[in-house]
Design a binder for this molecule. Structure first.
Ligand SMILES: [Zn+2]
Length: 249
């Protein structure tokens, strides 16, 4: 009798096991996809540039988010003092709030890129949503004086297939970074700058976040990063300038 009891339990437990396995598989796939969305140098669809191959001691400096008055004020003079031009990836809704800031950055010779309209996470949304995010900001960049905006940086660096597709269709190129300020907790501007400078290599695209009110360490570190890179013999350029030095594969 006990031998017959076992097979009876099988059909009850099997669906449960299958469901559990399916759930686990789904979880693993979700985690894998989520990690894939943040890979700086690889994406599912189209091309992404996180750095370039070059023998020259040259790096591009990029600033994300904003524009905000405190961010632009802090950075623009430090760059001017050293005659350095950088790339600012601006959020459309912030540009609409501070239209004069984009013009000020342009007048100072900096390059402006598109960082979406809302800075929402761009995963699992419609093509129409992605394209509108890009196009609305594109219109403001052109209104500010950028003749042909071509550089797009995904908010949080995250993208799967839909956003890169829209980026290409809107005539843009996806630009990420290979050196960024990942952990800015309880560190001094000096430590922050030393970390960035030590990780830069020829062809790097560096990302710094100076725009939000709380980003004091980042803002204070900007002159230190500029001087640190110069001391190591690096020439600092815009992303657009860096891309001109790209070697064909
Ligand atoms: Zn951002």
């Amino acid at each position: 009798m006990t031998a017959r009891a076992r097979p009876q339990r099988g059909p009850v437990r099997r669906p449960f096991r299958i469901a559990l396995l399916a759930l686990l598989l789904l979880l693993v796939i979700t985690i894998a996809l989520w990690r894939i969305t943040k890979l700086p140098c690889w994406q599912m669809v189209g091309e992404v540039t996180c750095r370039i191959e070059t023998g020259e001691k040259i790096v591009a400096l990029s600033f994300d988010d904003g524009p905000t008055p405190e961010g632009v004020d802090a950075v623009i003079d430090e760059l001017a003092k050293r005659r350095v031009h950088a790339t600012f990836f601006l959020i459309g809704s912030k540009m609409a709030r501070y239209p004069e800031l984009a013009k000020r950055l342009l007048a100072a010779g900096h390059e402006l890129g598109n960082h979406s309209w809302s800075h929402k996470r761009m995963i699992g949304r419609s093509q129409a949503f992605y394209r509108e995010e890009i196009a609305r900001t594109d219109a403001l960049l052109r209104a500010a004086g950028v003749a042909h905006p071509t550089l797009f940086r995904p908010p949080f660096g995250r993208r799967l297939a839909g956003l890169p597709l829209a980026v290409e269709q809107e005539g843009y190129r996806s630009i990420t970074w290979d050196v960024a300020d990942d952990a800015v907790h309880n560190i001094t501007p000096e430590t922050y700058a030393r970390d960035i400078v030590s990780r830069a290599r020829p062809g790097s695209i560096i990302l710094i976040h100076p725009m939000y009110r709380g980003n004091r360490v980042e803002r204070a570190a900007v002159p230190l990063v500029l001087d640190g890179l110069a001391a190591k013999g690096y020439r600092i350029v815009t992303v657009g300038e860096l891309l001109k030095g790209e070697q064909p594969e």
